[in-house]
Write a new protein. Sequence first.
Lengths: 151, 351
Amino acid sequence: MFDEYLIRKDSLQNVCEDGKVTGFRFAVRIADYRGCFLSLHNGYYIRCDGVEYPRELQRFQINGKAPRTFEEIKKAVWEHWDYDDEGWVYVTKPGGLEKGMHEIALQQSVLSQYGYMPWDEEWLRNPPVPGSGAGAGKTAVICTFSLELQE
Amino acid sequence: MSIKRGVSLYSYQQEQFFKQMDFHDMVREVRENLDTDGIEIIDEATIKGYPFPSESFVFDFRNTMARYDMQAVTMDIYLDVHQFRDHIMTHREAAERLKNDIRLAAKLGFKNVRPLCLVPIDVIEMALPVAEECDVRMGKEIHAPLPIFKANKQQPTTGMAAALDFRMAEQILELAARTGSKHVGLVPDFGVFQHSPCRPGIEYAKRHTKYPEIVDWILENSVNYSPDDIFTAIREKFPQNDINPGMISRLSLHESSADPEDLRQIIPYIVSIHGKFYEMTEIPGHPGEYEDVSIDYETPIRILKECGYEGYINSEYEGQRDQQDMGFENLPDSVEQVRRHHEMLKRLIAK
């Protein structure tokens, strides 16, 4: 669901930290009809211009706090990502992206589900790696976006 | 008295996503254009700051309900067992979440909560004293692929259906009998009377596979396979298959999971009903009259009327999610879909 709208079209930007371009970021919404406890957010499958950026290179910014790694997000067990709110995904890529159009393929992983499932213990030990569709919430396909880098 | 009409604000999830409507607009639409008063919400969609909303949110919600003279019927609540990430939520912890949701529902003025069909029955029982204290009824959802009563139905062993207990409604009736409590019941979802895949779902599947012929094969042949066997059959016939298991289950639906006659035995336990639908189209030869061709509404509503059911059926529009991959101009209009659904409900209730 919300396949074409998970990334805001005019949100792709390079990220400058301590005077250096450290990567890029884009704004996302939750691929569900409800929000979630933030700890359930398990990262993204991200492929930008053919290159995959694993969860270890991603951070997530929400609720007015500084961007956090998904290891930190995992600990936000009493914080909530509200349905109405936009979050920012930060991707580490020294030098950032070139000016112009970029193709981003994306799948969001949120471990919300409707109760106890047979795979619970397995997911506790080995959370699904985003991209396979497992733990992908309500949008199990990988969605592709053509985005222009904003100034 | 007769069956009452309401709307789950779930129906307007797309308009909320695009910030075209907020809950005030939705409540006004139900009052002014559907001419009715029943409101159901998804806690984690409507409640800003869930599970600890501000006093001002609570007042704003109650005030809006008062302004339009509405009834807060049911609040839909969830169970995410991975919340803590260092352990799977225990049943007692699950009961704590349920109790907090019940208190929150009471604060917002709701008469009922809808826990999911997969919430274990002992969790429901642990929360029962709080439900009594708050005078909020718990209606466990009878959601497809559940039947109302198991009878001789085979429980599937694959996918989410394997996690469901087909004796769920019986467990609720047993709990109500054993405790004598009026605060435990059921929320049947009209999805259990869906007998064929909906058009938006079929079209979505075809747009997202390299092999649309697999979709056609499933539609033509699913009747010959059990929910488990269809996966083996597809693997053998189409090794190249790229359609995910959830979608295969949806496409292979060929009979409703519940028998509407079973409603007769659960009437006193029905807390409210979900009016699930995917697409309302005009009935050929009947201008201005609408139906969802994939779900039987006529038989269950006739039975509910015969049995004197006087609670709410709350519209739950779900066809939008299969149409959000084709550009803004192709998005469905949920407001119009719900209006059509109420044309149907009004007509069938009055019949």
